[in-house]
Ligand binder design. Structure first.
Ligand code: X2X
Length: 338
């Protein structure tokens, strides 16, 4: 299905799971540079709304030289598939959680450690500052280029269809879907849960068929991907903060004329800032909206969760994996972690 990219039609198209965000007014072959940008997020998610806006500005500011077509909602495959497509050059741009990117660039999951971020007031200075720069330097060594500004996924919350998760003991043996990333598996093993790595493209059906009892994601994803249809309880754990790196194939990126690169980077970085504000604003209404869809919210105390991770040696283990240098960059922003 092809749709026009006005905001209204995008919102309408949010109901069509396989909608393409195409730009039909651009004659095929008209642009000097035609690129593909793919992601895992629902069409109505702020990531896609703001990406559409960015691509329109990029086209305009390059006088039509650059046309970037968006493939949302796992249309080109799972995150794992899209990451290989990006590396091979089959697609030029891709947004991916740093935690999943860690399968290629190990340190990229560092911001996802459990219970280390009190608030966005610490997250953004870290990711826009020294910690983000550290991670991006490692990404650059992997054949990819990450734009400076990360896009928000959000603080992650646990959901369940079988039983409410009130404290860490409720996670014992809990069949929870986690994204494919060693950090996620390790964390939920430390809770004595039974984590299963499943790409986001398969999450709805894994929950619907009860292959997994629960999952964890930010409110925006739970809402826009309609996970409330297949989950009952939502525990406000805020257990991790997760963001999307806007990635380009590095060879392609470096081969672009500098002026084209500048326009693309500027607009993607500006739209990232707008998208962060969208998530923040929408977070104020998601609770009421999700309750309206039948979800039951549960307030939880983070302390026993964190203590369980400490007792399991989780922080010590990951400090060893990331190394002292990365850990000290992280602690500059979070304060001491042990
Ligand atoms: O896969 C997920 O759960 C998601 C959508 O949050 C990510 O992209 C990491």
């Amino acid at each position: 299905m092809t749709i026009r990219t006005t905001r209204r039609t995008l919102l309408l198209a949010g109901t069509a799971a396989s909608a393409t965000i195409a730009m039909p007014w651009i004659a095929k072959g008209a642009a000097e540079f035609q690129f593909k940008y793919a992601n895992n997020s629902p069409v109505a998610h702020p990531l896609n709304i703001r990406a559409v806006e960015a691509m329109e500005r990029i086209k305009k500011e390059t006088n039509g030289r650059v046309e970037i077509q968006i493939f949302p909602n796992n249309q080109l495959g799972s995150d794992t598939d899209m990451l290989s497509q990006l590396r091979s050059g089959a697609i030029e741009f891709f947004t991916l959680s740093g935690l999943i990117l860690s399968t290629l660039v190990p340190v990229a999951s560092i911001n996802g450690l459990g219970f280390i971020w009190d608030s966005y007031d610490k997250v953004w200075p870290a990711m826009d500052g020294g910690l983000g720069a550290y991670v991006r330097a490692q990404i650059a060594k992997s054949g990819l280029h990450a734009m400076e500004r990360q896009w928000d996924n959000g603080y992650r919350q646990m959901t369940s269809s079988t039983r409410p998760i009130k404290g860490p003991d409720d996670l014992k043996g809990f069949k929870i879907r986690v994204p494919p990333s060693p950090l996620w598996t390790s964390m939920f093993k430390a809770f004595d849960a039974s984590p299963m790595s499943i790409n986001f493209s398969e999450v709805y059906s894994a929950l619907q068929t009860k292959v997994a009892e629960g999952q964890e994601n930010p409110l925006s994803i739970i809402y826009f991907a309609k996970l409330y249809e297949v989950q009952k309880y939502l525990s406000e754990t805020n257990h991790m903060w997760d963001g999307f790196w806007f990635l380009a194939n590095r060879k392609l990126w470096n081969g672009l004329p500098a002026d084209v690169r500048d326009v693309i980077a500027k607009n993607l970085n500006n739209s990232a800032i707008d998208q962060r504000a969208d998530i923040l604003k929408q977070n104020e209404t998601f609770k009421a909206n999700l309750t309206g869809k039948g979800m039951e919210f549960i307030k939880v105390d983070q302390k026993p969760f964190r203590e369980k991770l400490q007792a399991a040696g989780f922080y010590k283990e990951w400090k060893g994996k990331y190394g002292d240098e990365a850990w000290s960059v992280l602690e500059k922003y979070t304060g001491p972690i042990s």
